[in-house]
Design a protein around this ligand. Structure first.
Ligand code: SF4
Length: 171
């Protein structure tokens, strides 16, 4: 679909990590209006409706809200210090976040096959959740941390709710 220059400039104001999602939502709105091109007005309408967190001015930046889901089995022996320290000090898989990023959830999957993940992600959406990190223990494949056989399924379930998923925390 064609975009006007003004519409593209408006899209550029959307943070990169949700820009792809925003673009799809805008084009869907344009099709629903039977428009053959995307105008600035349509972008603003969608931003108002779905992406109010983005802000209307360049300097109005939304705080990114992050959650970590971790392996229920590993949590029996791990209090989560590595994940939490990495977030607090913005290290490793959290290094791209700014100081105002909030950790709003830190929960275990509920056991194989990740039975509580969808439910808790839905709860966190009410609090503005943007990104879920799969803990490093879910993503590694070593003797102490055997690979999670349900990782892909859990990831898809979260992404299906419109939430970005990143793999890893402190490794
Ligand atoms: S589903 Fe994966 S992350 Fe959850 S307990 Fe089982 S192995 Fe661990």
């Amino acid at each position: 679909m064609d975009w006007t220059q003004e519409a593209l400039e408006e899209l550029e104001k959307v943070p990169k990590f949700v820009r792809g999602m925003a673009k799809k939502a805008v084009e869907k709105a344009a099709r629903e209006k039977e428009n053959t091109s995307v105008t600035r007005e349509i972008v603003l309408e969608v931003k108002e409706k779905y992406f109010s967190m983005i802000g209307k001015e360049n300097d109005e930046r939304k705080t990114t809200k992050v959650a970590v889901v971790r392996c229920h089995t590993v949590a029996e022996v791990c209090p989560g210090v590595g994940c939490l320290k990495a977030f607090t000090h913005r290290k490793l898989n959290f290094q791209n976040y700014g100081p105002d990023t909030e950790l709003i959830g830190f929960f275990t999957c509920g056991g194989c096959s990740g039975r509580r993940v969808s439910r808790l992600v839905e709860k966190l959406l009410d609090h503005g959740l943007d990104v879920v990190h799969l803990s490093s223990c879910m993503c590694m494949d070593e003797d102490d941390y055997p690979k999670c056989p349900f990782k892909t399924q859990i990831k898809k379930a979260i992404e299906g709710k419109g939430v970005k998923v990143l793999e890893g925390t402190h490794h």
